[in-house]
Design a protein around this ligand. Structure first.
Ligand SMILES: [Zn+2]
Ligand SMILES: [Zn+2]
Length: 294
């Protein structure tokens, strides 16, 4: 059975609605999937509702991708099988969304100060269309003719002096703790992509073991086959779960659903296997998540 445990929707910066995600997953013959938007569970919850109502729908893991900061570097922590209404997790997600919005707005203010012809009033009144993917600031700049696309944004605009400092996202250990409090399983996302500045991957992963992660996203388009193998070997040595996903944002960002190709047999899901949302177990999952909360 094919699996893709890292997919975004319009609730963060992807282009697919929850319904479209389910349709694309079915069309790709993926039997197990996870929706993991940046700092929100809104998209995952909407997808879960569809899965519960759809006979023979693929199995879903509720998930979230939490922004954290380690020594000034942005690190993403995936939380799988979380209870979506857990208060302390939601507090953290709410503050993170405000921080993401600050980066958005501050980038535009800094562009104006740096002499770009940015109309900040028009930006404040601008209605972003989430179906385009990306985020408000990016789409505004494209419509204003100041930026070609996301690549142009990161290469030409989002650099000194326009790029603001990373906001004070929580430490990875705090995100891990909140995920566990919410009954979820914390997994380090695409480490070969985000941890390259921390030396050999084994050393970087050892730090995250201390922070309490339960698993590593070994299969991701950011990894070479060698990087995947090194992450897998680390997981085997330390009894960690192995996950994988495309980080697909629909038509935005250039990554494709189901790539790299992964089957459930490639993964080590451990306790995640008891957390799948399907049409058949809709009620059981609700009950077991309530029990785990208390
Ligand atoms: Zn990520
Ligand atoms: Zn992602």
């Amino acid at each position: 059975m094919r699996a893709d445990l890292h997919i975004h929707t319009v609730a963060s910066d992807g282009t697919w609605t929850p319904q479209e995600v389910v349709e694309h997953v079915r069309a790709a013959d993926i039997g197990l999937f996870a929706v993991a938007d940046h700092d929100t569970v809104e998209g995952a919850l909407a997808v879960a509702d569809i899965v519960r109502r759809t006979p023979n729908a693929p199995a879903l893991l509720l998930a979230v991708e939490i922004s954290t900061l380690l020594d000034g570097a942005l690190v993403h922590i995936l939380g799988y099988g979380i209870h979506p209404d857990h208060p302390s997790l939601n507090d953290l997600l709410r503050s993170n969304r405000a921080r993401l919005e600050w980066v958005n707005d501050e980038t535009l203010r800094r562009m104006a100060r740096a002499g770009y012809p940015v109309d900040l009033e028009a930006y404040a009144a601008y209605q972003n269309d989430p179906r385009r993917g990306g985020w408000k600031g990016l789409n505004f700049l494209i419509d204003a003719g100041l930026c070609r696309d996301v690549q142009d944004f990161f290469e030409r605009i989002f650099v000194d002096p326009v790029r603001p400092p990373e906001p004070e996202f929580p430490h990875p250990a705090e995100a891990v703790a909140r995920i566990r409090e919410a009954g979820g399983v914390p997994v380090l996302a695409h480490p070969g992509g985000s941890l390259s500045r921390f030396g050999p991957i084994e050393e970087a992963l050892a730090a995250f073991l201390e922070f309490g992660i339960a698993g590593v996203e070994c299969y991701t388009p950011y990894h070479s086959p060698e990087m995947t193998a090194r992450c897998q070997a680390f997981c085997a040595r330390h009894g960690l779960l192995v996950t994988g996903g495309s980080d697909c944002h629909g038509e935005f960002g250039g990554r494709s659903l189901g790539i790299p190709p992964v089957t459930v047999d490639d993964l080590r899901l451990g306790p995640l296997e008891g957390l799948f949302v399907t049409a058949e177990n809709a009620e059981d999952i609700g009950k077991s998540q309530k029990t785990r909360r208390t």
